[in-house]
Design a protein around this ligand. Structure first.
Ligand SMILES: Nc1ncnc2c1ncn2[C@@H]1O[C@H](COP(=O)(O)OP(=O)(O)O)[C@@H](O)[C@H]1O
Ligand SMILES: [Mg+2]
Length: 143
């Protein structure tokens, strides 16, 4: 793969609802500055927000890696957490293990992972029970 023209790393902290969503908001600003189309920015921002909030809700912490290429944006989010025991089940619309408290905050519709899938051109999820989960996704353009 060619080298990224831009890359930046962020930390996401589990249970930190106060700052939850800030990485997605910042990355949206960066992507706009690169002149990417509104549609590409929108699709990535939806995916980034859903993935970030999943770390806040379900994991201890994560590293969020942004890489911008001439033809794509690639995101890798590697968390330390419980992992996802059944990824096919977690991908189903409406499936959620959100607690009552999370639901009170407006989360837990079970649409986050399906929305990431719908808004990206490539998605890979790998997970090790008791260790954590890694999401990799990409959106392509100029094709
Ligand atoms: N990073 C993660 N670590 C552990 N479990 C996760 C993670 N992301 C998602 N999950 C699991 O997958 C389920 C579905 O996620 P999602 O589609 O985003 O819906 P929601 O966040 O509304 O529950 C979650 O309820 C949770 O059980
Ligand atoms: Mg979610």
């Amino acid at each position: 793969m060619p080298e990224a023209i831009y890359s930046e790393k962020f930390r996401i902290v589990g249970n930190d609802y106060e700052h939850g969503g800030e990485v997605a908001t910042y990355v949206k600003k960066v992507l706009k500055e690169f002149g990417l189309t509104a549609d590409v920015v929108r699709r990535l921002s939806i995916a980034n927000f859903e993935a970030e909030m999943n770390v806040v809700m379900y994991a201890r912490a994560a590293e969020f890696d942004l890489e911008v290429f001439l033809d794509s944006v690639r995101i890798v989010i590697a968390d330390e957490g419980p992992g996802i025991p059944d990824i096919d089940l977690a991908m189903q619309e409406g499936y959620s293990t959100a607690t009552a408290e999370m639901r009170q905050r407006g989360f837990g519709a079970g649409l986050g992972l399906p929305n990431i899938k719908r808004n990206t051109d490539e998605l890979q999820i790998s997970s090790v029970p008791g260790k954590g989960t890694t999401l990799r996704y990409a959106v392509f353009f100029n094709r």
